[in-house]
Design a protein around this ligand. Structure first.
Ligand code: G6P
Ligand code: MG
Length: 208
């Protein structure tokens, strides 16, 4: 009973969180502190600039705006080295199958991601053509939990929020979807994604 589906990218369709983590970890090492996987949880769904602020906060480091820009750029260069090597094998289980299933049912599909690398990643893993609209960090400025990314996605599909479902792995993303007036399926742990209308471990649970 929905006409449109909006997907977050990192953690829902592909597991790029591990590459973001490796890049930030290396970044922290260079500045002389440790950045753990638990710290990394705080970066999920969060924009690049905000991620940098969180990482610096963990290290207790204050920098000028200029230095921040340069370091964010450096981190992204390192992240790109990982994602350039991605291929279809890095799609999460059920992702491609579920997108095909929705398309076969006539459901419109949009991407709603904070990443500025989203279009490149969709291309690398070979699913770009399955999307009717792609809304990413190059198109919106307000980060989740602000609903902007999903509101724009829904408009690009020509649908009403009430007719759309969002698929999200981050708490900030679940909040963004609810604030946009959409239903939301949480991907991951029910204890973290408590606000979602439904929680599954992965998209593979929805295929078949
Ligand atoms: C997603 C990820 C975040 C990441 C953000 C920006 O939301 O979950 O961890 O910081 O995208 O990604 P970018 O590729 O633009 O640095
Ligand atoms: Mg995510």
């Amino acid at each position: 009973n929905f006409k449109g589906a909006l997907f977050d990218l990192d953690g829902v369709l592909v597991d790029t969180a591990k590459y973001h983590y490796l890049a930030w970890k290396r970044f922290a090492e260079q500045l002389g502190f440790e950045f753990t996987e638990a710290d990394n949880e705080r970066l999920k769904g969060v924009s690049r600039t905000r991620s940098l602020e969180i990482v610096l906060e963990v290290g207790g480091i204050t920098l000028t705006e200029e230095e921040k820009l340069r370091l964010a750029e450096e981190k992204n260069e390192r992240y790109l080295q990982y994602i350039r090597r991605m291929d279809e094998a890095e799609l999460l289980p059920g992702a491609k199958e579920y997108l095909h299933k929705l398309r076969a049912r006539g459901i419109k599909i949009a991407l709603g991601s904070a990443s500025k690398n989203a279009a490149f990643i969709l291309d690398r893993v070979g699913i770009a053509r399955l999307f009717d609209a792609i809304v990413d960090g190059t198109k919106v400025s307000r980060a989740k939990p602000d609903p902007e990314v999903f509101v724009v996605g829904c408009k690009e599909l020509g649908l009403e929020p009430a007719d759309c479902v969002v698929f999200e792995d981050a708490e900030a993303g679940v909040q963004a979807a609810l604030a946009a007036g959409m239903r939301v399926v949480g991907i991951g742990r029910a204890d973290i994604l408590r606000a979602a209308n439904l929680v599954v471990r992965g998209l593979d649970e929805l295929v078949g």
